[in-house]
Design a protein around this ligand. Sequence first.
Ligand code: PMP
Length: 434
Amino acid sequence: MPADRLDTRQSHALFARATALMPGGVNSPVRAFRSVGGEPFFAQRAQGPYLFDVDGNRYIDYVGSWGPMIVGHNHPAVLDAVIRAARDGLSFGVPNPLEVTMAETLARLVPSCEMVRMVNSGTEATLSAIRLARGATGRSRIVKFEGCYHGHGDSFLVKAGSGALTFGVPTSPGVPKALADLTLTLPYNDFDAATALFDACGDDIAGLIIEPVVGNANCLPPRAGFLQHLRALCTQHGTVLIFDEVMTGFRVALGGAQARYGVTPDLTTFGKIIGGGMPVGAYGGRRELMAQIAPSGPIYQAGTLSGNPVAMAAGLAMLELIQAPGFHAALEANTNALCDGLEAAARAAGVPFTTNRVGGMFGLFFSGEQVDTYAQAIACNSAAFNRFFHAMLQRGVYLAPSAFEAGFLSSAHDEDVIATTLAAAREAFAAAAG
Ligand code: PMP
């Protein structure tokens, strides 16, 4: 299909109405397509690997609502669970049995989570975890990594990834300097920088938070031994090690990145998949730490809708599906097939291009070299990515609308879907070459 043929008039009209009343026309920044240029399409519905827009166009979706839709959109088992739960009531404000099942499921699948607390987003999970780290240690400083995104809590909007990186405001106005000064940043995958920082002030650091596989500065896997190195530094200095597995949890392995790389954090944050597409987050970890959360301990954290029964039902149904034998092996094989195919298509078109993949997530880099640092990720040719993005969109393939976001597969992305994607890519790389 030649470029610029999609009819998107309904989306265009909606976007005009949206921009009149909503900042940037959206409720979350990267959705606005500012980075890649052009306008977003508005979804009408979604099924399996596909999104359908309000103009009736169909797209193979490699964003998957930014990670949750690991079994494909609108899976019947998840939908049934939601409908059944909704019939019983949308929110109770007293405990419900599904919360207990969810806690038991998370603790079983991620054994470092001896206790868990449900919240309503990844942002809530990370800011609660960091409060716990500060409260438990009596220290104020935290450490994060350049290009990592942990939601929009004040302490994290310092050299942040995702939309913050995409729009060039990695350190947000509105974050008080006094608070930002307590957030120390390190380069990801740099062993010596981490050692030097902990040598200098390790005993003042309450918590270190990291995306164990970075998914918010494109996709960067940890170098061999890097997470182990951080574990050792944190243990030595009494710092709480927090793995932000909002993205990697249940995606890079059933037990998340901590299972894949064999490193046990003190606290873990979750979101996305555990809500099955509903707004959910969670944090969990060592019993002795988690017991310090109110009401069993003094560190306050609460939520009117936390543990919502419909959200729990959706998440539990999804977690059930991904425990099927071979689920993650198949997801990984398909992710590899996609990435190998894209690399071959780029080579054939003479485009410098490489990929990273971990389990069911991947990164696309318009670069001649393998990428495993933030500096390399931001040095890639984002103009070429933007041309490729639009050429793929015109051919019915929706990639993350930014050169700095990871992509996601679902179990509904089968061989045929990948073959269709690669056929589009063979044409799109020619467009990307400019
Ligand atoms: N942590 C990570 C690693 C994330 O990728 C995100 C969101 N993409 C968050 C935290 C924040 O989650 P939410 O958008 O649900 O607040």
